[in-house]
Design a protein around this ligand. Structure first.
Ligand code: NAD
Ligand code: TDX
Length: 340
């Protein structure tokens, strides 16, 4: 039995990864470690709670004693670290918790890996560590050798963690790997992020707040394709390596919002241009050649299918997101968008 600790598994990508792994590997046991911040939802994992191959532990990755105790109990073979503060806008308002969780938390997990031994520590990173590209240079893409050049407290904290992971490889020989993925979308995406926010607002005929002119470009990947990439990396990649993950699916924000209006039969007059994000990155674009050549990974879900599946999921799972937006989220929304 292979034991995998998945941190941040009550969040968007981590939960999708747990579902993928439990379905694909009958000999795998998943221990999900999650602090259950505002972004963590135990209801997402409800269907697994009676599964003998699954254990949930409410824990902060910064809690060294708690993390060491869990490693002593579980003797994990692999650790996949999804746990993070993940929202750029929140990092602009209050950076400290991003440094704490994203950097210090990563170091605590890796210290535990060193102390108890591990086959692989995988760090789930982001394309945002490369900064952004200009809109008028469609010939440019992020490769793994591109210098890190961050814009927000969020991306700076993720880049710091990446450097620390590579330092633990070089200094201590910890068997690490890093994936840097582009924007994900799909089921269980927290409604503070662009795609679910627009779906949820459009369904309620509420304004659709587009930052600036809506011309910023993101490179969208269906979450399941990201999970499959991480699965390949932890099982097949060389250690000490970084892999970019993305599907060459660049779209302007405004085109995404218009597409969501069209799919839901809502008028584009709901679109409201609001004050831009501070330091707003213009364009992200991943070059995924390395993971394709070395591990054979290719994205499987086309955006036109993935966005339909995602919208359907939000229509079929109203209770999941209605519970979220009727709670603390209301205060968040008022603070971020009330006077924008
Ligand atoms: P998310 O915000 O939906 O989920 C984060 C999870 O981590 C939550 O369940 C939360 O409770 C948990 N968490 C936060 N702080 C914690 C702590 N101190 N200890 C334990 N658990 C804690 O995030 P997501 O979108 O699923 O992102 C997961 C990872 O993937 C992050 O590391 C993020 O940087 C990275 N990433 C995300 C995207 C994207 O498009 N969403 C793209 C590339 C990389
Ligand atoms: O209300 C909004 N209006 C708007 O125009 C929101 C929430 C976003 N936007 C814009 C900002 C970005 O250009 O949409 C784009 C996408 O925004 P987010 O969903 O906040 O994602 P982004 O900032 O691109 O970061 C995401 O991708 C990389 C994840 O949140 C990160 O965790 C990941 O590392």
């Amino acid at each position: 039995m292979v034991v995998i600790i998945v941190t941040g598994g009550a969040g968007f990508i981590g939960s999708n990864f747990i579902f993928h792994m439990l379905e694909k590997y009958p000999d795998c046991r998943i221990v999900c470690l999650d602090k259950l911040t505002y972004a963590g939802n135990l209801s997402t994992l409800a269907s697994l709670m009676d599964n003998p191959k699954f254990r949930f532990v409410k824990l902060d990755i910064c809690d060294r004693e708690g993390v060491y105790k869990l490693f002593e109990e579980e003797h994990p073979d692999i650790v996949v670290n999804f746990a993070a503060e993940s929202h750029v806008d929140r990092s602009i308002e209050a950076p400290t918790i991003f440094l704490q969780t994203n950097i210090i938390g990563t170091s605590v997990l890796m210290d535990a890996c060193r102390k108890y031994g591990i086959k692989r520590y995988h760090q789930v990173s982001t394309d945002e560590v490369y900064g952004d590209l200009p809109l008028d240079r469609s010939d440019l893409f992020f490769t793994e050798t591109r210098p890190l050049h961050t814009s927000s407290p969020y991306s700076s904290s993720k880049a710091s963690a990446d450097l620390l992971v590579l330092a633990y490889y070089r200094t201590y020989g910890l068997p690490v790997s890093i994936s840097r993925c582009s924007n994900n979308y799909g089921p269980y995406h927290f409604p503070e992020k662009l795609i679910p926010l627009m779906i949820v607002n459009a369904l309620a005929d509420k304004p659709l707040p587009v930052y600036g002119k809506g011309e910023n470009v993101r490179d969208w990947l269906y979450v399941e394709d990201h999970c499959k990439a991480i699965d390949l990396i932890i099982h097949k990649s060389r250690v000490g390596e970084v892999y970019n993950v993305g599907g060459h699916n660049e779209m302007k924000n405004i085109d995404i919002v218009k597409l969501i209006c069209k799919e839901l039969g809502k008028p584009e007059s709901l679109i409201t241009y609001v004050a831009d994000r501070k330091g707003h990155d213009m364009r992200y674009a991943i070059d995924p050649t390395k993971i394709h050549n070395e591990l054979g990974w290719l994205p499987e879900t086309k955006f036109s299918d993935g966005i339909k599946k995602t919208i359907k999921w939000y229509l079929d799972n109203k209770e999941w997101w209605q519970t979220i937006i009727s709670g603390e989220y209301k205060n968040y929304y008022e603070k971020m968008y009330g006077n924008r």
